[in-house]
Design a protein around this ligand. Structure first.
Ligand code: AMP
Length: 209
């Protein structure tokens, strides 16, 4: 089953995808994670996208589409995948429709106040990618990853100025995809306000239908 997770930054797509991947036994492909991995490893791609990402802008379509094409050609996607953070523009959606049929587009719905609360309190462990929230999902020891003992970090793009920019970009470039996929008939709205476990339940029941 090929699934796209759509929705604003901070709606919990990454957290829920980590659970959904276990339930469906398909890979979780996050374009943001792939870019971050490239930045961490100092690759050419990482160097090209670092500044764009830190400011909360979008990486150009041609770079992103090429990267996703390459990832979707790998053997582990044969029985499906969860795409998280792609497509983010109409151009990307059109490119995706030329690569594969998408079975369901899950549109994470969350109000703006809650989005800002979630993003500004988000912290993560750089090496494992594990996500915390300083209020709703804090680590056992403040600022320290429960498993590795490493200090938690705040993503550059979770700082206030970048959050504002990401929300503007989302509204301008990504929100039109809701209409695009609704017209195609495979969009399902998902209330993203409950806990990740409850969001997962509502997704699994929507996918059964
Ligand atoms: P995310 O982890 O999904 O919030 O993505 C973090 C950042 O990576 C975004 O703010 C963009 O700078 C970049 N990015 C991730 N996915 C895409 C995409 N599909 N198109 C363009 N830029 C992207």
């Amino acid at each position: 089953m090929n699934i796209v997770l759509l929705g604003p930054p901070g709606a919990g797509k990454g957290t829920v995808a980590a659970l959904l991947k276990g339930a469906l036994e398909v890979p979780h492909i996050s374009t943001g994670d792939i870019f971050r991995e490239n930045i961490k490893n100092g690759t050419e791609l990482g160097k090209r996208v670092q500044g764009i990402m830190a400011s909360g802008g979008l990486v150009p379509d041609e770079i992103t589409i090429e990267m996703v094409k390459d990832r979707l050609s790998k053997d582990d996607t044969a029985s499906g995948y969860i795409l998280d953070g792609f497509p983010r523009t109409i151009g990307q959606a059109e490119a995706l429709s030329g690569i594969d049929d998408i079975d369901a587009v899950l549109n994470f719905v969350l109000d703006e106040e809650e989005i800002v609360r979630r993003l500004s309190g988000r912290r993560l462990c750089k090496s494992t990618g594990r996500i915390y929230h300083i209020v709703s999902n804090p680590p056992k020891v403040e600022g320290i990853d429960d498993e590795t003992g490493e200090p938690l970090i705040q993503r550059d793009d979770d700082k206030p100025e970048a959050i504002r920019h990401r929300l503007e970009v989302y509204k301008k470039d990504t929100e039109p995809l809701i209409v695009y996929y609704r017209e195609k008939g495979n969009l399902v709205d998902i209330d993203a306000s409950p806990s990740p476990e409850d969001v997962l339940k509502s997704i699994l029941s929507a996918l059964k239908k």
